[in-house]
Design a protein around this ligand. Sequence first.
Ligand SMILES: NC(=O)c1ccc[n+]([C@@H]2O[C@H](COP(=O)([O-])OP(=O)(O)OC[C@H]3O[C@@H](n4cnc5c(N)ncnc54)[C@H](OP(=O)(O)O)[C@@H]3O)[C@@H](O)[C@H]2O)c1
Length: 317
Amino acid sequence: MPRLGSSDLEVHPLALGGNTFGWTSDEAESHAVLDAFVEAGGDFVDTADAYSAWAPGNHGGESETIIGSWLKAGGASRRDAVVIGTKVSQHPDFAGLGAANVAAAADASLARLQTDRIDLYWAHFDDAETPLEETLGAFHALQEAGKVRHVGISNYSADRIREWISIVQREGWAMPVALQPHYNLVKRQPFERELAPLASAHELGVTPYWSLAAGFLTGKYRTRDDIAGQARSSSVEGYFSDEGLAVVAALDEIATAHDASIASVALAWLQHQPTVVAPIASARTLEQLPDLMAASSIRLGADELASLETASAAVPE
Ligand SMILES: NC(=O)c1ccc[n+]([C@@H]2O[C@H](COP(=O)([O-])OP(=O)(O)OC[C@H]3O[C@@H](n4cnc5c(N)ncnc54)[C@H](OP(=O)(O)O)[C@@H]3O)[C@@H](O)[C@H]2O)c1
């Protein structure tokens, strides 16, 4: 199993996204997906304190709460068998990355997750209002207290990541171990140009989000009419272009040759990228999960990688 950056965490090469839990999947379906994920060899779950504050009737914390009840039901052996990543800065009650807020948000996450430690704690989005030293001091304190094992960076610019690294090196604090960028076959920049070199240089394990382009890279949306009324329509909308549909067509051809699904090949492509440790993808239902888990057994040939490279390079940035 691949190791996550410079950490001691060894993870399955597909991380399960948790933003469906409490949004498009209720607790029972979410628990069924988590059970099946672990049964199929999965061990790495991604969530955030804010999931899913955007959904009508929700306030944030619903995903962590569902993961927490699942962890509790499985006892210590289940907790020890999985790597739980969660994020801070976007929960309506814990916005930003000020030191006191990070400390309080982490305690709230631990309570919802019903655990004593967060394996991977992500800065969800940069907070330009708070000095980076203050945020990193708060993460250092959480690590010293044993509440957080490792720290990761999501949605930061290359300059801010460089600043982050120089601060922790200067202070003697732990290095970040992972990056979580928006990266997939129809959205390759700025990750490849600006962030991948940093990931290589500093041993940051990359776990891309929106690995399936919110469902566009499953091939189930071929016209704009197909997305009307879908819960994810606003996210999928942005991926629609003739060039994006040509990527789906290229995936379709390769999927047929491998007797696999389009979704599996899209995830396999990410798994073939040098700095990627584990793409993050969500399954709303039990039926969607096997396509996610099948990805890591697909070996793409040079001609297949070249065909995807050509099709995806044509997608406008
Ligand atoms: N760091 C960040 O800022 C950030 C931002 C976004 C997401 N994330 C993380 O990344 C994870 C993944 O992102 P995401 O869930 O938004 O997008 P995604 O993984 O690209 O797409 C997942 C969606 O695709 C559809 N799908 C999955 N498997 C399918 C299959 N076999 N057949 C047909 N449709 C299938 C489902 O949507 P339907 O409901 O349409 O069926 C599913 O919810 C999130 O859960 C979250 O943990 C992080």
